[in-house]
Design a protein around this ligand. Structure first.
Ligand code: UDP
Length: 380
């Protein structure tokens, strides 16, 4: 009789978690002796569903917890009750969470309350400022003392964990799984170009122009910061040789400001959030990325695209150190001047546009699956 399989429960709730965990789900599912279960909280319903559809993932449990206008404490309370019930029903041998969302933090806590071991994917990112990014910096710090497997994307992240006295034997530098997702999806698009054909009309419309791809959704930028970003985009759009491709995050704090201050212009495509293959195509076709996103800071360097980061600080210093990312904040003057330098000074552009993968080699998920398998005496 074969031994009973070990049950791994992966919990996630937002678009970036789904992107970064689908390769891990696949790698774990390939290990004989592991039973992989997935639970989505749907902290971000629409954006999460886009990724699930593309990744062909049907969650085993869907808590569907999103409610319009919910506060952080309402969300946290509902997550804790909901995830507690899921764990009582699922009885996992290990829980895996990703990154720094409320779902990741509460998933780890609910597992801890049941003494279920926790693996943390993308462990050890630190900005050093608990209000930037807020509340993500504290979310991820709370997971650290609970987890007994820390999958650090880089040596810098591993070092941050060691500084917090996390047992070095539990820290594994695996690379970031976002590079696995990026490379796998890009390869899929090559075989099936139809997967990203929705961008054909925009590619044709912007042919011959320099394209700036924009994403913004950080809470710290809501309000004055978002207005500054809109003003900067307006000035960039004053250039005839330049176009802005802007998949707008559905958060009303973003949409309302852009409606009011950016408006419609022939060289600005303000569009709905793109599904993952379309977003990768957008990264491929743009010249420069302007973003306050975490994941985009990791993907752009992998595709050799300079990324200007609209934040004062980053928990992903590797791109800045490699020279492919630069922190520019939200001051419109600074943003416009940095974009102009990149677009007008070829040497400045080529210095930043070097394809470089400081965040991983595309094999992080296999490493994670190997470590999880090993901990149960299994072989990946
Ligand atoms: N992304 C996407 N469609 C978009 C914008 C972004 O699929 O229209 C992907 C992007 O490739 C990256 C992830 O979403 O992998 C980043 O998510 P987000 O910026 O929402 O969150 P963060 O990474 O800042 O936590």
């Amino acid at each position: 009789m074969s031994p009973p399989s070990r049950r791994i429960l992966l919990i996630f709730g937002t678009r970036p978690e789904a992107i970064k965990l689908f390769p891990v789900v696949r790698a774990l599912a390939a290990v004989p002796g592991l039973e992989v279960r997935t639970c989505v909280t749907a902290q971000h319903r629409g954006l999460l569903d886009q990724v699930l559809a593309i990744a062909g993932l049907t969650p085993d449990v869907d808590l569907d917890l999103m409610e319009p206008g919910q506060t952080l404490e309402q969300l946290t309370a509902r997550l804790l009750t909901g995830l507690g019930k899921v764990m009582d029903a699922e009885k996992p041998d290990r829980v895996i969470v990703q990154g720094d969302t409320a779902t990741a933090m509460v998933g780890a806590l609910a597992a801890y309350y049941r003494k279920v071991p926790v693996g943390h994917v993308e462990a050890g990112l630190r900005s050093g400022d608990i209000y930037q990014p807020w509340p993500e910096e504290v979310n991820r710090r709370i997971v650290a003392p609970i987890a007994d497997q820390h999958f650090a994307p880089t040596e810098t992240a591993a070092e941050a964990l060691r500084r917090e006295n996390i047992d070095p034997a539990t820290i594994h530098v695996t690379g970031n799984t976002v590079i696995d997702a990026l490379l796998a999806t890009r390869a899929q698009i090559e075989v099936e170009p139809g997967m990203s054909a929705g961008l054909d009309p925009i590619a044709a419309r912007f042919a011959g122009k320099r394209v700036v791809l924009v994403t913004t959704h950080r809470r710290e930028n809501f309000g004055g910061g978002m207005e500054d970003i809109a003003r900067a985009l307006g000035r960039i759009a004053d250039r005839d040789d330049t176009a802005i491709l802007f998949p707008v995050h559905p958060n009303p704090n973003v949409v309302a400001v852009m409606d009011k201050l950016l408006g419609d212009r022939p060289n600005v495509a303000r569009i709905e959030p793109l599904d993952y293959p379309h977003f990768i195509r957008a990264l491929d076709l743009c010249d420069v990325v302007l973003s306050d996103s975490g994941g985009v800071q990791e993907e752009a360097p992998a595709l050799g695209k300079p990324v200007l980061v609209m934040r004062e600080t980053t928990e992903r210093p590797e791109g800045v150190a490699a020279g492919t990312a630069r922190l520019v904040g939200t001051d419109p003057k600074r943003i416009v001047s940095e974009i102009s330098t990149l677009l007008d000074v070829p040497s400045a552009y080529s210095a930043m546009a070097r394809a470089h993968n400081p965040f991983g080699d595309g094999h992080a998920s296999e490493r994670i699956a190997g470590i999880v398998a090993n901990s149960f005496g299994l072989v990946a």
